[in-house]
Write a protein that binds this ligand. Structure first.
Ligand code: AKG
Length: 243
């Protein structure tokens, strides 16, 4: 299986809408392996640790670099941000069936000390993700609105993130994916998702990539780990774990 080249229409749609549904990127065997990993990871969580909050798991488990550096995924990312690619972050957002927490509407860029704010997030479906189990939703084109105001959620224990913004949900598009498929979205797009009241788990693995020209503000995030996962560092803006 090879990564599909994005058509000019798809690249244009990503630029205009701020997101793209790519489709299948993992083989059946790869999906089985990743799912097995996630099942074990969740089964071994300490009491009280929510499976929606498995943030930057690749910091602690080098095995995950296999997925964060997956050639087919990077082949697609490269078509969007160019050949010199930095892994900025990753996060398993696994909403258990029955009581999976919602992700409040937000712009990722609100959280990140990066400049310029050029980041593409790959949302890799570990499980089928649909309206019933709380798939991600986006407001198409909202990445062009600039920074919108966010406020604290009323009770952070009931949400995956602590900041939210108000949106007109009638403009939202559901990102419906089968397990093994991926979508991509821009750092500024407004997105979120509802609670999972279905009996089925909804797990996505987000992997976030930026070009080497983007600088991480180390005053704000002194210990954050970055990896150069493809290409070369021409700018010298950041410190990388593997360079
Ligand atoms: O998984 C979700 O529902 C939201 C994902 C998200 O907030 C993100 O990828 O930045």
């Amino acid at each position: 299986m090879q990564a599909r080249r994005l058509s000019p229409e798809e690249l244009n749609a990503y630029e205009q809408q701020g997101y793209l549904i790519y489709g299948r990127v993992l083989t059946d065997d790869e999906l089985t392996e990743l799912r097995q990993y996630v099942d074990n990871l969740i089964a071994s969580l300490p009491p009280g640790k929510r499976p929606e909050s498995l943030d930057h798991p690749h910091f602690d488990d080098p095995y995950l670099m296999k997925w964060c550096q997956h050639p087919r995924i990077l082949d697609v990312v490269e078509q969007i941000i160019g050949p010199n690619i930095v892994l900025f972050s990753s996060h398993f957002i696994a909403k258990p069936g029955g009581d999976g927490l919602p992700v409040p509407w937000h712009q990722d860029a609100t959280y990140w000390p990066l400049s310029p704010m050029k980041v593409v997030t790959v949302w890799l479906a570990v499980d089928d993700s649909d309206v019933e189990n709380g798939c991600m939703k986006v407001i198409p084109g909202s990445h062009r609105w600039g920074a919108v105001e966010h406020h604290e959620v009323d009770d952070p224990s009931r949400y995956v993130l602590n900041l939210e913004t108000d949106v007109d949900e009638s403009q939202a598009v559901d990102i419906i994916l089968r397990a093994g498929e991926m979508s991509l979205h821009d750092a500024w797009i407004l997105h979120g998702s509802h609670a999972n009241h279905s009996p089925r788990r909804r797990c996505g693995y987000t992997m976030r990539y930026m070009p080497t020209e983007v600088k991480l503000d180390r005053q704000k995030w002194p210990h954050w780990k970055l990896w150069l996962v493809r290409g070369e560092d021409r700018e010298g803006n950041n410190r990388y774990e593997n360079v």
